[in-house]
Structures are given as C-alpha cells and as structure tokens.
Design a protein around this ligand. Structure first.
Ligand code: ZN
Length: 316
C-alpha cells in the first residue's frame, strides 16, 4: 500500500522527537528485536514503521538515518525489497486470517537476508484475533537471527499480554498544535479553504494528522460544522420550552444515518471544549456521550435528543 504523500523519511517526520530518538537507539542495538508501535488511527503508525524499516535495511546509513540512495533503499522505495515482508489487510478484508499469519510466521524460519544483514517484518496486529496472535509467540521468541518485527496496534487492549511481554512498546503521540501546523504546511495548497477554516480543521483534529487529512478531503465537513455550531449556540440560549420543538426541528437534517456522525463528533468537540472552560459543563458532556452511545446502538433519534436537549440549559 502506497502512502498518500509518497515516502516519508524518519528525519522529516514532524514532531515526535523523543519517539524518533528512541527508535534510532533501538536500531543501534541490533537484531532479533520485536517492536510494538501503538497509537490511534490516523497518527501515522504505518508511516513511522515503514520509515524505520528503510533505516533498518539501508546498507550505508548516514547519521543514523537511511541514505535513500543505496541498492537497498532503492528496492525499498520501489516496494520490492526482498528482505521486507508486510502483512496488512487487503481491500475489503476485516481480519487477517490464521492461514495468512501462518504463511507470515513460516516465511522467516529458514530464510537468510538477501541484501543485508536483516529481514524486517511489518504486521497489522490490530487486525489479528487474540487466538491467532498465539501463533506469533514462538516467532517473536525464537525468530531467526537478523529478524526485526514491527507490530502495529491502535491500543494495548488489542494485544495479548503474552505478545506485549515479548515486545518493546512505543507510543505514537498526538502532535502539538504547533507541530500539526508544521505538518499542514507541508501539504499542497488546494485553495479551497481559507486560513481560518484550516485553523478550525487543525483544532478539531486534535493533533491527529490522519484525521486532519480526512477532514480536509471531506467537503461537507466545514458546512456541517458551521451549521451545527449555530444550532449549538442557539440551543444554549433557548429557554427549555423552546428548546425541544425548535432545536429538534433544526437538527432534523442530522437524523439521516450518514449525517448523524457529524453531529456526534462536532457537538462532542463543542461540549468537550466548553467543559474545559466550565467544569459545571462536565456532566452535560457525559450526558451527551451517553446519548451518542445510544444513537450508535440504533436508539431513536427523537427520543434521545428529547432526553438530552434539556441538559444543554445547564451549561450556562
Ligand atoms: Zn540506503
């Protein structure tokens, strides 16, 4: 699978300085390492893992980083490196099968590296069932010399404790707003949004660059955001009696199953931000989260909103 913005080198990765330093130290320690990179979707696990794999395989690293010029780096960029194996979900696939995993673990048993001194394996562990993860234990413990495993997970609840104990765990942090701005500055300008809107997207994505890109390419997002912000502010100022009828009518457009997630996310963001400023809003934020959970479980839109909207009067 090709990254959206071509190859990203570890030295160009925005922010995450501590993570970069720890990963580079790990590269120096040599072989037979199993690494677990955890971080929520959108933070760039694959990008970091592939950038690390390139360094691990490079024949003539330069200041700890890959040279991007040697035969190994060229094969890597061409996605045809013989010592690099990826096991990722295929299009439409929800879980990696036992058979795929068996092929993956068997792949390393007796093979020697062809180009250098290492083989690097990348696995989307979050797509592997706990039962199938058991297949990995032996591999992680007694892999052939020269093997380096990079496992990816969104969080540790997806990883068997026995797998965790056989790996070195690294957290992929969110970007600071400053680093996120630096990241957005590297993107090609498409001229559609103005600076204030881009700032709104950056704030809403809360340091998650993948989420930022998703919002940027979602043409409806800013329209819904502005609309839902107006309704939210009106709802705060309405008397409880007016609230139910008028606001419910205005929110009617978001009853649609495709649009509801915008309402969930955008109002969660507003309530979260408000609760940071006003601790008294915290119970309202929690009530909203419960309301969203019921809507996600197919609760009736009208009933859930009728139950929640009076809570908004408690914010001010
Ligand atoms: Zn190289």
């Amino acid at each position: 699978m090709v990254e959206q913005h071509g190859n990203l080198y570890l030295e160009n990765l925005v922010g995450r300085r501590e993570l970069k330093d720890s990963l580079l130290r790990l590269v120096q320690t040599g072989n037979n390492v199993s690494l677990l990179l955890q971080g929520e979707e959108g933070l760039g696990k694959h990008t970091v893992a592939r950038a690390l794999a390139e360094i691990l395989l490079c024949r003539q690293p330069c200041n700890s980083y890959a040279c991007h010029k040697c035969a190994s780096c060229n094969y890597f960029h061409a996605q045809s490196h013989p010592d690099y194996v990826e096991l990722t979900l295929q299009a439409g696939q929800k879980q990696i099968t036992m058979e795929q995993l068996r092929n993956f673990t068997d792949e390393q048993v007796n093979l020697q590296p062809l180009l250098g001194s290492r083989r690097v394996f990348l696995l989307e562990l979050y797509a592997v069932s706990p039962q199938a993860q058991n297949l990995l234990l032996k591999t992680l413990e007694s892999g052939a010399a020269g093997n380096f495993y990079i496992l990816l997970a969104n969080n540790l609840t997806q990883v068997l404790p026995t797998v965790q104990s056989r790996t070195q765990i690294f957290n992929l942090p969110h970007l600071s707003q400053e680093d996120l701005q630096q990241f957005t500055a590297t993107l090609p300008a498409d001229g559609r949004q103005d600076a204030a809107e881009l700032k709104r997207l950056a704030e809403f994505s809360q340091g998650n660059p993948g989420f930022y890109l998703q919002l940027l390419h979602d043409e409806a997002f800013l329209r819904y955001y502005n609309d839902l912000q107006e309704i939210f502010l009106r709802a705060l100022k309405c008397s409880p009696a007016l609230l139910l009828s008028e606001i419910l009518t205005e929110l009617g457009a978001y009853k649609d199953k495709d649009k509801q997630p915008y309402l969930w996310r955008i109002w969660s963001f507003f309530l979260y931000k408000t609760s940071l400023r006003r601790p008294s809003c915290r119970p309202v934020f929690i009530a909203w989260q419960k309301c969203v959970a019921r809507l996600q479980a197919n609760g009736s839109f009208e009933i859930q909103m009728q139950a929640f909207l009076p809570e908004l009067a408690k914010v001010l």
